[in-house]
Design a protein around this ligand. Sequence first.
Ligand code: NAD
Length: 314
Amino acid sequence: MKNKRIFITGGAGFIGSNIVERLENDNEITVYDNLSTGKKEWIDGKRVNFVLGDILDFENLKKYMKGHDIVIHLAANPDVKLGEKNNKIDLDINFIGTYNVLESMRINDINGILFSSSSTVYGEAPVPTPETFGPTKPISFYGASKLAAESYISVFSAMYGIRGVSFRFANVIGRHGNHGVIYDFIKKLMKNRNSLEVLGDGTQTKSYIHVEDCIDGITYLYEKVRGYEVFNLGTDGSTNVMDIAKMVVSLLNLKNVKIYTTGGKDGRGWAGDIKVMLLSIEKAKSYGWYPKYNSDEAVKKAIMEISGELGWKY
Ligand SMILES: NC(=O)c1ccc[n+]([C@@H]2O[C@H](COP(=O)([O-])OP(=O)(O)OC[C@H]3O[C@@H](n4cnc5c(N)ncnc54)[C@H](O)[C@@H]3O)[C@@H](O)[C@H]2O)c1
């Protein structure tokens, strides 16, 4: 992606700030973020124009989006768990927010969107799950909101000729990780080095893609597409939560840590937690994209990166 004026919603977040670093030298970037979970310091000093704004503020969004060529739409409630307590937040931010982004694009004549969708759209599907799997039956409000957002991108593409790609991410991990299992484990161990609580029964098994691979994937695949497409973006293999707990303990050089599980309903970490997730990435591979790190390698790399950032003392 070169010589483009790129508008990144949620660009101060985990994935967004990594994208900024990757694209800042070859493009003109505007980050539009309300900093609800993102951090300004992650993009400070980068070649970006930062706008503190909310995607639910349609007039503001429309105003700042003007003059760009492409939108990378990442702003969302990223926390699947939150839907259990608040079943409207995903509808508002993830779905209405995406509608606002699409409508602002239409009005401003912007013709391309890369959308951060999620493996959660599939619900509890057989694995490895291909893009053709259906009917999709999400089990979280988050998953439902991403699926609804995808379908609006499809319609905007069909009606107005917008180029759009929905990337169904597996669990993305790496530098600037600010939520998720690795971050949680390290934070817990920083408080207490003797014991580690694992949500659920520890057998939840998911595929973890490193953020570097994720960015390679979206930028590469977007260029290959005309019209509207959906791609799974994951990696080879999967890793279970108990193994992640053991890898964290071992890589942080801890001994005698009591690892215990909360059990959870059906062994899930929270209501709406998918127990087994592995995306088929055959479609992306058939377009010529291959991940560098498999799931276990990505987990180990991310443990070192996140513990370093959090200032882990050995
Ligand atoms: N990290 C993952 O494993 C993963 C997996 C699947 C999909 N995704 C999706 O990728 C995107 C980025 O996720 P992330 O992991 O970087 O999370 P993140 O929380 O670090 O990034 C989200 C960013 O959006 C901003 N934001 C939230 N609500 C906003 C609003 N109303 N207006 C403007 N900005 C707003 C936040 O401040 C943050 O900077 C999200 O859409 C998420 O759903 C992430």
